[in-house]
Each structure stands twice: as C-alpha cells, then as structure tokens.
Design a protein around this ligand. Structure first.
Ligand SMILES: Cc1cc2nc3c(=O)[nH]c(=O)nc-3n(C[C@H](O)[C@H](O)[C@H](O)COP(=O)(O)O)c2cc1C
Length: 217
C-alpha cells in the first residue's frame, strides 16, 4: 500500500476481531514508528507493548479506575474553545453517535469504557517520554505515533489512539512498572478491525484547507 492510500484509509477503529497480532507484525510497526524524524535525532519516544494476559490485567485495572474516577473525554484546554473549533468535535460526534447508538451503547460510556479497554484490541501500546524532555519534544513523539498508525494501516492492521488513558497514568505506571521519570502520553489500540461492527462504519470529516492554511504570494 502506498503512503497516500494508507493516509486516506486510516481511521480510528473501535471494535476488533479476537485475532492475535504476531510479534513480528508488532515489531514491524514499531520499527516504522522509530523511523520518524526527531530533533537532533533524539528519538525521545518509548513504547510499552502489552498483549495477552498482561493486557487483560491492565484493562481490568483501567476499568476499575474509570468506575472510581469517571474521567471524561475532552480537549484538555484551560479555557473554552472558540466556537469554530469546538464545532469540529460536535460534528465528529454527530457522525459517530448514530453508529454507536446502533450498537446499543450510549456515546460517553462507549468512548470512556472503550478507551479504557483499548476497544477490545489484542494489543495495547503505551507511549511514554522521559520527563527530562521539554513539552516541544512531544511533537517528535507525535510524529512517531503517526508513523506507527500508518505502518499498521499499510500492513492491514487497525488502530485507535487513546489519549483518555493518560488520565489514569498512576494506575498504568504501577501495573507496568513505569518509572516516575516517564510521562505517559497516549495509548494505541492495535489489532484487526471488526469490519461488521457499526462502530467502525463511519469516517470523520476534515475542515476545508481554507480554514487551516494561510498563503502569502
Ligand atoms: C491524541 C489523540 C487522542 C485520542 N484519544 C482518543 C480516546 O481517548 N478515545 C477514542 O476513542 N479516540 C481517541 N482519539 C481518536 C480521535 O477521536 C480520532 O482520531 C478523531 O475523531 C478523527 O477520527 P479518525 O482517527 O477516525 O480519522 C484520539 C486521537 C488522538 C490523535
């Protein structure tokens, strides 16, 4: 698959088949993630891979933590977003909601429980950065995450970046022995998409380029 097709076809997948991903395939996508560029080649990303019983243990802990703390999905900003931006999230929700309802779930619960259980994907990858790095280096990690998502797509695998789990960083750190020096940035669900699930039957839209690009010529 060429890179443009992978970009066009990738989407966040929220239902997975009960089919294992081989160690070789997991390593392939991580190898591609590590090909991402980074400032002075610092490669500040680190990946913690869980699958099998360890992933189930992590999911059990996250679901318990969710019941106790009920963290909501949100933009994480300290001020309300301007309307032209918050509209993008509302539009995405409007696209997603009917499909999620069709699967018998309420939207918030589906997203919150789903994120905490990596939507049933057989593999959960936790992405961390050493706290020694300034926030700008998170950008480098974001590039590596993009590479990972696209490499997975090109190999016929599906993914969902799950930022919500970072709210439960203490639980994750304890379960996976992650030192206090590391910041948990995001989780990535990885597996084979359940193409028959209604929750995978939509695609979010993007704003027109004119909304996000300024030209000087
Ligand atoms: C940094 C980041 C955090 C995200 N966190 C979550 C999450 O916690 N739960 C979830 O279901 N989707 C999450 N997503 C997926 C977004 O909802 C999704 O990328 C967006 O709606 C665009 O849809 P698409 O990925 O299908 O193109 C996240 C995506 C990114 C990039």
């Amino acid at each position: 698959m060429d890179i443009i097709s992978a970009m066009q076809q990738r989407k966040s997948t929220r239902a997975y088949l009960a089919k294992e991903v081989s160690r070789r395939d997991i390593e392939d996508v991580l190898f591609c993630a590590a090909l991402a560029p980074s400032a002075i080649n610092l490669q500040p990303w680190e990946f913690i891979v869980t699958h099998g019983e360890e992933k189930e243990r992590l999911v059990r802990r996250l679901l318990k933590a969710r019941l106790e703390r009920q963290v909501k999905c949100g933009p994480g900003t300290s001020k309300p977003l301007p309307e032209r931006i918050s509209r993008r999230a509302k539009e995405a929700m409007a696209v997603m909601e009917p499909h999620i309802s069709a699967s018998g779930h309420t939207f918030d619960r589906f997203i919150e429980e789903g994120s905490c259980s990596f939507y049933g994907a057989p593999v959960a990858i936790i992405v961390v950065i050493d706290k020694i790095f300034p926030v700008i280096r998170y950008l480098d990690v974001g590039l590596a995450v993009s590479y990972l998502l696209l490499a997975a797509q090109a190999k016929g695998l599906a993914t969902c970046p799950t930022g919500l789990i970072a709210a439960y960083n203490d639980d994750i750190s304890q379960m996976l022995n992650i030192s206090e020096d590391k910041e948990i940035l995001i989780g990535i669900s990885l597996g084979y998409a359940d193409e028959n699930s209604p929750v995978n039957a939509f695609r979010t839209k993007r704003v027109d380029l004119k909304e996000i690009v300024t030209w000087f010529e």
